[in-house]
Every structure is written in C-alpha cells, then in structure tokens.
Design a protein. Structure first.
Ligand SMILES: [Fe+2]
Length: 346
C-alpha cells in the first residue's frame, strides 16, 4: 500500500462518508468479515467518529459460495452468515448507512433488497486505496449519471456498434434504468465506491457482440487477446466463436451448467473519467474488484447471468467492458467510438 498512511486513509474515508451525507448522530454500521482489509475498517471507524456518527463495527463469519474460487469477483452471494443471523440483518436494517467492507459485497443477492427496503443506504468498498483515491466521486457525478439514466428511461432502443463488428440492439422498454455514482446519499440506495456508470436491464436483445483485443473479461480480470463473436438471440448468447478467448468463454458456460448464465444481464456505459484501464495489469488480481474497467468513461459494459427483473438469480456473472464502441439511444449517440459525449450538448 505505497504512499498511503493511516492518516491518509482516514481522510479519504471521511471525504467519502461526507459525500454519503453521514451527519452527526447518524447510525453508521461498518460491516466486515475476518479477511476484510483491517486498515479500511479502522480508517472508516475513525472517519465516522470524526463526523460524530454513532459507529458500530460488525464482523460476521466470512464465506460466500461463489462459483469461482476467488474473492472480489462482483458475482458472489455475499456473506451467507447474514442469511443465518436475524440479529445481524436487523442491525443493518436499523442503520442509516452500512459501509460494506466485505470481500464480495451483496451486489446480486436477494439479501440486499431486505436491507435497502428498510431505508438503509449502503456503500460497498473493495478496491485498493490508490483506486479509491483516484476515483473519489464528486457531487457532480450524480447529476451526470442521472441524466444518462433518464435518457435510457425515455428511450425505446439501445444500439451498440463497434469497428470490430458489434451490432447489438436491446429493448429499453421496462428495462429499469439505473446508475452508480460512488455515493450512497439517498435512503434505500446502494452504491459502490468507485463507480460511475449508467445501466439498464433489457429483457431482450438481438444481434452480435464482437469482443476486440484489449477488451476485458471480468471476473477473470484478463484482457481479450483475440476476437470473440457472440451471437445474441432473444437476450441469450446462442453461439460463441473465435480463438482462445472464445474457448475460455465456452468452457465457462459449460462448467457453469446453468441455463440462466447464458442470458444477457445489465448493460450500459461508463462515466468515470479518472479510471485506469491498465490498473488490472499492475495489481494482484485478488486485491482488485476491477471497477476501473467497469466504470471507465466511454466504455460499453455488458454482462451475463443474473437479472432480477426476469427472476434470474444465478451467481454465474460475467462483466465485460469494451472499448471503442458507439452507444446510441433511439439514434442519439451517448458514446461515440469509445468517447463519452457531453449529455448537455445532446
Ligand atoms: Fe455486473
């Protein structure tokens, strides 16, 4: 953890908690598991006290039956110990803000809804300190992603093309557009620091996605080396063609042996202007969630597997951010050849 002292981390968490509108007398629960980054737990605790919040640290037994033997995948089931502890669940439901410092978070779990429905706001933090600091959100980020989500909500069709041959059309009707901005400041809101993205959950899509060298496969945290062509029929990956990377994806779906895994999940674009596409090449994979890749400004991010609005709850989840795509909503570009357009000028 070069260049980050304990004081630096406390200051970093204090800024983030202020963005999340943590105020004097609020109930702040710092949720951890035994293998959580202890320096984050300590820094968040100190930051919460500095803001005069009522701080409670809760450490639950670790363990999450993720389909992949890795932590920080973004696809996990969260801590199953929470499912077995009504007391812990009620603590989180009673909090104003839960700072989730577990390794996997509760991103695609049904437990998350039980916490948020109580009005609790929740912020998940898993990336290394340099990644957090570089991508510390600003209040302006929220307005930008809200504008993007409004465009999706008003739209009928999302169209994605790329120089390598991507030609995908997704249905935006009833696609539950949303956003992440790295700030959990509204009651019942879940967010992820760092993240700045707009996304929707299309119920169907058709066409072809062609992954190009340099695109990224998550949670494997690898860069695509050779072109992969995915044929999409009615929101499902019907065929995978290409070389070594295509074979890897074919094996992933074979091993998953899960029909839900082959359906497309959320898709959208990134707005995180200080994200570093190459951080994954420089860090130990276990230490990164990979939000630089997911949130990079001007990427197109699509995913496979879980789809809460189609009642699919599989944990076999791929996030695949792509570079150089053009993303259009009803013919209006929001990303042009990988360049994020200013929504104010549309
Ligand atoms: Fe995802």
């Amino acid at each position: 953890m070069p260049n980050f002292t304990a004081a630096d981390l406390v200051e970093l968490f204090r800024k983030e908690l202020e963005l999340c509108k943590v105020t004097e007398g609020e109930e702040l629960v710092i949720l951890a598991e035994p293998s959580s980054r202890s320096e984050y737990v300590e820094a968040a605790f100190a930051a919460g006290l500095a803001l005069k919040a009522n701080v409670i640290q809760a450490t639950l037994p670790g363990g999450s039956p993720v389909p992949l033997p890795s932590s920080r995948t973004g696809s996990g089931a969260g801590l199953t110990s929470l499912d077995d502890s009504p007391l812990a669940l009620s603590l989180l439901q009673g909090a104003d803000l839960v700072l989730d410092l577990t390794n996997e978070g509760f991103i695609h779990t049904q437990t998350l809804g039980k916490i948020l429905d109580a009005g609790t706001r929740m912020l998940f933090v898993a990336d290394p300190p340099e990644v957090l600091a570089r991508n510390l959100p600003t209040p302006e980020d929220k307005a930008l992603v809200q504008a993007g989500a409004a465009l999706l909500k008003a739209g009928k069709e999302l169209r994605v093309t790329s120089p390598s041959g991507t030609e995908l059309v997704a249905d935006l009707v009833d696609s539950h557009p949303g956003f992440q901005c790295g700030i959990a400041d509204d009651p019942g809101r879940w967010d992820h620091w760092p993240s700045t993205m707009v996304l929707a959950w299309p119920k169907t899509s058709h066409g072809r996605i062609v992954l190009a060298p340099g695109d990224i496969l998550l949670p494997f945290k690898t860069y695509v080396r050779d072109e992969v062509t995915l044929t999409i029929e009615d929101g499902r990956i019907a065929d995978i063609a290409g070389g070594g990377d295509a074979r890897m994806l074919q094996l992933f779906f074979e091993d998953a042996n899960d029909e839900e895994a082959r359906f497309l999940s959320h898709m959208g674009w990134g707005l995180m202007t200080r994200a570093d596409w190459f951080s994954m090449a420089l860090y130990d994979r276990e230490s990164l969630m990979g939000m630089d890749a997911r949130g990079l400004a001007g990427n197109f991010l699509f995913s496979t597997g879980p789809h809460p609005f189609m009642n699919r709850h599989t944990y076999n989840h791929l996030d695949i951010p792509m570079r150089g795509c053009t993303v259009e909503i009803d013919g209006r570009a929001v990303v042009d050849h990988g360049r994020l357009l200013d929504l104010g000028n549309l």
